[in-house]
Write a protein that binds this ligand. Sequence first.
Ligand code: MG
Length: 296
Amino acid sequence: MKLPRKVSIVEVGPRDGLQNEPIFMSTDLKIDLVNCLIRSGLKRIEATSFVHPRWIPQLKDAEEVIKGVGTGLHTRISALIPNLRGYERARECGVREINLVISASQSHNMKNVNRTIEESLKYFGSIAEAAQRDGVMVRGSVAVSFGCPYEGKVPPDRVYHIASELKNMGCFEIVLADTVGVANPAQVYRLFGEAGRKVSGVGLAAHFHDTRGLGLANVLAAMQAGVTVFDSSIGGMGGCPYAPGAPGNIATEKLVMMLSEMKIETGIDTCKMTACLDMLRSIVGTGKTGGEIFCG
Ligand code: MG
């Protein structure tokens, strides 16, 4: 089996998790949670989204969270940016990395941001240009790369096209995201293998959801295809808006447990990660977080 020696985990719970949970976690608790995650050894955390509060009120405190956590840390704190105004807000509080998301299906992109894919690419091109001028790193994500709730199958060539365009605008890393959790391991292996050949010279990362329980199987398939960067969410936070009650993002603690038992380095202290899980449970209740972790 082809396995990497080391894997990087990007914790997305504070953003992707919380934006899909019905609760509003107070700003102080969000900051405590991010700090706890930093202590566990995570080197990359997507902490919030600079989206208009009207759309996602759970993340209306983006500025306070970023300022409360700080940006001059060894852990890189990033934020999702939907538009130019969001970029300006992020820059003003010193965010060093932004995440730009485009959907691989027209319907999903229209529903999400009311722009066609080509319009989004052009629009994000100008944000990426500004970011480069400001010395801000840009990560590009291709949502619904493995299937769309409106259109079903997504042509892989469209995924490669968007990924190439994101690379050309200066993204240091491209995320292929299974936003709704419809991917299977064979498909993951094929799409990442082909993306590595067609969009060379840029890092590839995977973002999986556990909607149908295939999240970690997809991680294993992606590692076989050479992927070494994975998004995940503490406690598996973040349900799927298209599948009410279904699990959300792959759970960070389960991902860490699997990798650690496979002797793949993550740099994460499992005991300290358990503390984050306990903290999360004390905030949102035990019913929400199914993840278990073995300390040590
Ligand atoms: Mg997600």
